[in-house]
Design a protein around this ligand. Structure first.
Ligand code: COA
Length: 157
């Protein structure tokens, strides 16, 4: 549940809805604040592919209070990839620094999980950097557990 008066995000006003093109400036700023990179082209491309509620399978949601975008979450249903039955994947999540610890992240995760259920799946997964203890704490607090997968990589010369 969203808690009251936490760092600028009033719970009574908070609304989670599909992203609009007009939100992208604030989404880019929130991402830049968290990652230190302003990836304008990336976000417009992502909006083109995931925005506007084009399919049930792809979700790009924002949390808004008043005119202010407090955070965003992005995910999609992947069918039979990585050898698993269709499930929802969350691959982008950020809350404006001044609005954190107010339940905004939890509200957005709940909303995207509702979207995944609506799309017909009953499991949600995500992937995060091993040393990102903040994001790990958040997902653990929302009931997410270690999954039976191992990520692998190698350098391509
Ligand atoms: C992770 C993140 C989305 C959490 O959003 P939030 O709105 O602050 O989270 P909530 O207020 O909904 O917190 C829910 C729970 O998560 C856990 N949590 C959140 N922030 C935490 C922190 N700083 N330390 C420990 N636990 C934390 C707590 O268990 C919390 O519940 P509690 O407040 O009852 O203890 C936010 O901190 C964020 O955007 N971080 C940066 C993310 C990032 O790096 N994105 C780029 C790569 S994807």
């Amino acid at each position: 549940m969203t808690r009251p008066e936490a760092n600028g995000a009033s719970p009574t006003e908070l609304r989670v809805r599909p992203v609009d093109a007009a939100d992208l400036g604030q989404v880019i700023a929130i991402d830049a604040e968290a990652t230190g990179l302003e990836k304008t082209d990336y976000w417009y491309e992502l909006f083109h592919r995931y925005g506007g509620g084009r399919t049930r399978q792809r979700l790009f949601l924002v949390a808004e209070s008043g005119d202010v975008i407090q955070g965003f979450i992005i995910g999609e249903v992947r069918d039979w990839e990585f050898g698993s039955a269709p499930c929802g994947w969350v691959f982008g999540l950020s809350v404006r620094a001044s609005a954190r610890l107010g339940g905004v992240g939890a509200r957005m995760l709940e909303a995207i999980c509702d979207g995944f259920r609506h799309a017909g799946v009953n499991k949600v997964r995500t992937l995060l950097a091993r040393d990102n203890s903040l994001v790990l704490s958040f997902f653990r607090s929302q009931g997410m557990m270690a999954a039976p997968f191992i990520p692998l990589e190698k350098d391509l010369d």
